[in-house]
Each structure stands twice: as structure tokens, then as C-alpha cells.
Write a protein that binds this ligand. Structure first.
Ligand code: 13P
Length: 281
């Protein structure tokens, strides 16, 4: 097949791809808690043989229909993972904001979608730091992903220095304000992941009061931006979430799920977190 024909076929397939996770699905009804979303971020982990782990996690997640589950894998694994677990949400970890062009090594939103992803992470602190991604770039990435119909998990979070100097809430709300897409429209959903940088991969987590305070501030920011639709945007907590602390975290007001790093790599570590989310309702 010629490249142009293949590209055209890809565009057609992307258009007819059934969407199972529309934004409206996040809400259980007016005033009801949002359906919990638990997403794994595999970061730079995962080779072909890890597809068995993807399959095990997808199979186990079917036991918890009240929880929405996704795995965000390295871009190069997206297509194989999506083929391995049809109907299970596979995501990427970043997109370029441009539709196409001279951006060596980058992946566009439509490429991820074409490979079978239904969602992507944007603005993870590891990219904000290492790739010096600014709030406005993160905003552009979120808008690019939503515009092609990819669901988006947009990350924000403060450094230890900001936390220790009493600037955590101010830092995160400013980051949120600069990174949020201008508007929410279309089928795809947006979720925010609050990930304190000092809690990622360290085993340390904020107190429940600190998480509650930050999630309330993020909720206010979302409602300021989107009005009542801001109440439907799920706010995930991320940073050292494990089976041992998941139930306590999910019980906190305005914690609508989790973005999980290390504990999402293995079925036996991840599935108890799904069970905790299911019990939290
Ligand atoms: P850990 O769960 O390994 O702390 O990672 C959190 C994270 O960065 C998820 O995006």
C-alpha cells in the first residue's frame, strides 16, 4: 500500500474507532461521586514480553466495572498493547502539540490515536523538568490531544522547595491556570493528576489534609475555568500510590482516582489498587 493510502486509511479508522469512555461517562449523575479512574504510567518501562502483564491487568480490571482503568505505556508499545487488549484503554505519555512537521523523535496526537491509544498523559513533571516544558506548551499539547479525540490526563505538582516554603497551593493553581485547555468540548475527557514531585517514586506522600486542600483548590480552579463542567473533571492523586495506602487516599474528598507509576508495572501490585478504588465507590 502506498504511504498516502495508508495514511488515508489510518484517518478513516481513527474516525470510526468506537469510543467507550466519553466525558459524560465520568459522572454518575448530578451530585454523585465521579467514576474513579485509575491509570498506570509505565514511564520508560516495557518490552514485548511485558504485554503479558498488560493482558493480566486488562483481564483483572474487568472484575471492577465501577472503576475506569487505563495503562499509559511507551509510545512504541502502544500499538502492540492496544492490539493485545481490545477494548481496554491504552494511552501514551506525551504528545507533540503540532499536527505534523519537522519534529524529529516526536509523536503527534493523531499518531497515538492511529496506533490505538484512547488517551495520553501531558505535562508530567518528569517532562516539565527534563524537557523544560512550560505551562503554555502543556496547554497546547492538551488541546492537540483533545482535538483529535484523545482523553487527557494533565499533570501538575509542586517541588519540595515550594511545599516547604508554604507555596504549594499557589504554585499548583498557577500551573493549572497556565496549562488548562481553553475549553472542554467534544467527546474526550480531561482529568487532572496532582502529583507532588517530592512524592514520586520516593515512598513519601502528603498528609490526607494536604491532599484534600490541594484537590479542593484544583476543583475551584476547574470550576472557575469551566463552570459546572469543572465539577465533572476528575482529579487524580499521583505519587507513591500503593496497595497499602490506596484506600486511605481514595477516601479523601475530591480524589477521583489515581495515576500510578511503579505499582502499575505488575499485575499483583496494581490490581489491589483497583480493588481499593472499587470499594471507595
Ligand atoms: P510512583 O507511583 O512510582 O511514585 O510514580 C507516580 C507518577 O509519576 C505517575 O505518573
Amino acid at each position: 500500500m502506498e504511504w498516502k493510502e495508508a495514511a488515508a486509511l489510518g484517518a478513516v479508522l481513527a474516525c470510526i474507532k468506537p469510543r467507550r469512555y466519553g466525558r459524560a461517562k465520568a459522572a454518575k449523575g448530578a451530585g454523585m461521586p465521579l467514576k474513579k479512574l485509575v491509570a498506570g504510567n509505565w514511564k520508560m518501562h516495557g518490552l514485548s514480553y511485558d504485554l503479558d502483564e498488560v493482558k493480566a491487568i486488562a483481564t483483572a480490571s474487568a472484575v471492577y466495572p465501577g472503576v475506569e482503568v487505563a495503562l499509559c505505556v511507551p509510545a512504541i508499545l502502544v500499538e502492540r498493547a492496544a492490539r493485545a487488549v481490545p477494548g481496554f484503554a491504552i494511552g501514551g505519555q506525551d504528545v507533540h502539540h503540532a499536527e505534523k512537521g519537522a519534529h524529529t523523535g516526536c509523536t503527534s496526537a493523531r499518531m497515538l490515536l492511529d496506533a490505538g491509544a484512547t488517551l495520553t498523559i501531558v505535562g508530567h513533571s518528569e517532562r516539565r523538568e527534563a524537557q523544560r516544558e512550560s505551562d503554555s506548551e502543556v496547554k497546547q499539547k492538551a488541546e492537540a490531544a483533545l482535538s483529535v479525540g484523545l482523553d487527557v490526563i494533565l499533570c501538575v505538582g509542586e517541588s519540595l522547595e515550594m511545599r516547604d516554603s508554604g507555596q504549594a497551593v499557589a504554585t499548583v493553581t498557577a500551573q493549572l491556570d497556565g496549562s488548562l485547555p481553553q475549553q472542554l468540548e467534544g467527546e474526550a475527557w480531561l482529568a487532572i493528576a496532582y502529583e507532588p514531585i517530592w512524592a514520586i517514586g520516593t515512598g513519601k506522600i502528603p498528609t490526607t489534609d494536604e491532599i484534600a486542600e490541594m484537590h479542593a483548590a484544583i476543583r475551584n480552579g476547574l470550576v472557575d475555568r469551566y463552570g459546572s463542567a469543572g465539577q465533572e473533571v476528575r482529579i487524580l492523586y499521583g505519587g507513591s500510590v500503593k496497595a497499602a495506602n490506596a484506600a486511605e487516599i481514595f477516601a479523601i474528598r475530591d480524589v477521583d482516582g489515581a495515576l500510578v507509576g511503579g505499582a502499575s508495572l505488575k499485575n499483583q501490585d496494581f490490581v489491589p489498587i483497583l480493588a481499593a478504588a472499587a470499594s471507595a465507590g
